[in-house]
Design a protein around this ligand. Sequence first.
Ligand SMILES: Cc1ncc(COP(=O)(O)O)c(C=O)c1O
Length: 436
Amino acid sequence: MTYSHEELITQDQKQLHPLHHPNTHRDPLMVERAEGVWLYTTDGRRILDGMAGLWNVNIGYGNKELPQVAKEQMEKVAYTSNFAGMTTPPASQLAAKLAGYAHPNLNMTFFTSGGSESNDTAFKTVRYYWRRMGRPTKTKIISRTQAYHGVTLAATFATGIERYWRMFGPPMPDFVHIPAPNSYRFTGNVAEGESVAQSAARALEEMILREGPENVGAFIAEPIQGAGGLVVPPAEYFPLVREICTRYEVLLIVDEVITGFGRTGEMFALPRYGVQPDIMSFAKGITSGYLPLGGIQISDEIREAIMSAPPEEMWMHGYTYSGHAASCAVALANIEIIEREGWWKIRARWGRVCWRGWKRWPRSSPRWPMRGAWVCCVELRWCRTSKAALRMMRRPCKSPIAPSPRGCGHGRWATPSPSPPHSSSRPKRWIKSSPP
Ligand SMILES: Cc1ncc(COP(=O)(O)O)c(C=O)c1O
């Protein structure tokens, strides 16, 4: 049975959406199909998906190989339990593929269904590890302002954006925040002769000392903050952070949920800084959104703590959909496509095109600061005379560029991070379709 656009919109009134408020869901895009970077809606609109889904459609929409891989795997076995004692070929092959893939010290993978579950798993694993080391008080997690780590209870309070916790308080006591190294709007104190990166790293050390190193289990950070405004840290930041974490025996969790699997011009974003984490969380781009999958990778030390545990101290953690066979098969094929077609290189090239395009945007001026590496953003600021930013945010869904839900939510920034169109499309067409 086919339904009209209006009927579908009426049916959708029964759905509670992520970040739901009726004001932001009055005229939703009813997406019927998608191709390359374009979304096609049931009321005949073609929309440039500047967000690439939610930063996850890394190889673009409409790929024909991945549905075929999913079909073949589903015909064999779509899903079976992956709890200890059972496994499937795709889950095993994917774990083997990922061993040492991002960092030489991360050789063991646990699979989840998405980024929030991955970070929750990371926090539990931190607690587990320190308990196994005989240091059960090391439970605190230091995160950063404007960080986004997901929406499970723990991930919500690791997130450094107050709007996400406001109605879900009281805050969980084990999460504390320090300023992010945002050179444009840094909230920390920069001492004489100090850089923003040094000050932000000093804030980490001061927080560890304030909470007591014996109470701090881990520091979590995205290599590039996404939802918080696309904050690319200065080059010296992560080496300083790594040194401080090592000095105070605090685990470093890197959240590569949006930056992993070719989004930033490299396969992963942290290696660019020459730093190894103790835990890495990932999701999104591993399947380019064709099926849900996420996970964490753990260092050899943490692996050893799990492997050498007596039965009464086993790692009692797992999800029904951990290691979902069809998702893992799609992930393997997706990584193969990213490697074969060199998507991180394509993205590096397109990042430069995007950057130049934004610079030509007439409103670009010091009032409209731009940030980016291989993803770009323009910070939309309240303009008292033209009120331009406000107008754009009030009418997100009329814009020819798909709305960024978090951008709309904060009313501050647009984060275009498109998957480039297939090679047949020319850059010019893409740029022309950007909003004026
Ligand atoms: C950096 C980061 N971590 C974690 C998450 C949460 O992932 P998910 O929405 O798959 O739970 C997101 C989602 O956007 C993210 O950007």
